[in-house]
Design a protein. Structure first.
Lengths: 146, 72
């Protein structure tokens, strides 16, 4: 197939891909919902389509961060980072304590769950901090050059 | 969006197909631009202007409509 150079057709192609993506996502959700009803939660998460769905959801969330950073009003990246760090620290400590206190789990499980939550939240927080920092640097450069 | 692509193209004796080949798009795209049904990118606008030996101003400029709020 010849490579499309016409910008209008490239745009059209992207719109078509979006439609296909929507249909595909609905298909995946329908299959997962069927698995959930017939085989239960474990049956659904055991399906490889679950991994596909989760990976695409995570990739989508990270790509959305690029957009939301441009969309949000100018805030200090460091301030945002400190607030987020405080929130995720409180959340992970709280969930660690909850896991230790509730049920028959030992303190080891508490540390493990708390640690996992901390690390998993740390990655997007740092990513969004870097995006905001880059944006502020770009804005500063623009102001200096103008 | 209204523009002077058709007038400019006829002015330099080019058919839609010839102009399309020069700027690297399909004939349908040129047709839609002339009818005002497709908004070309600035890059394509410039390519069209180079092909018809006119400036962006002469081909694509339209006066701001009175009462418009400046958004598109």
């Amino acid at each position: 197939m010849e490579r499309i150079k016409d910008e209008r057709l490239q745009l059209r192609n992207l719109k078509n891909i979006r439609i296909v993506y929507i249909i595909q996502t609905f298909g995946i959700l329908a299959i997962l919902a069927y698995d959930l009803v017939t085989k239960g939660m474990d049956g659904m998460t055991g399906n490889p389509l679950w991994a596909v769905f989760m990976i695409s959801a995570v990739v989508n969330a990270y790509l959305m961060m690029n957009i939301s950073v441009d969309h949000e009003k100018q805030t200090s990246p460091k301030k945002g980072l400190y607030i987020s760090l405080a929130v995720i620290s409180v959340l992970s400590i709280a969930s660690g304590v909850m896991v230790t206190l509730v049920g028959s789990n030992g303190i080891g499980s508490g540390f493990l769950i708390g640690g996992i939550i901390l690390v998993c939240s740390l990655v997007p927080v740092i990513y969004i901090y870097l995006l905001r920092k880059r944006k502020t640097e770009e804005d500063d450069e623009e102001e200096l050059s103008s | 969006m209204e523009n002077q692509v058709k007038v400019s193209r006829v002015g330099v004796h080019l058919t839609q197909q010839q102009l399309a080949e020069r700027v690297g798009v399909t004939r349908q795209t040129i047709s839609l631009i002339e009818k005002g049904k497709y908004n070309p990118t600035l890059k394509l606008c410039l390519e069209i202007c180079y092909a018809v030996n006119k400036t962006l101003d002469e081909v694509f400029w339209i006066e701001k409509e009175s009462g418009s709020n400046g958004k598109n």
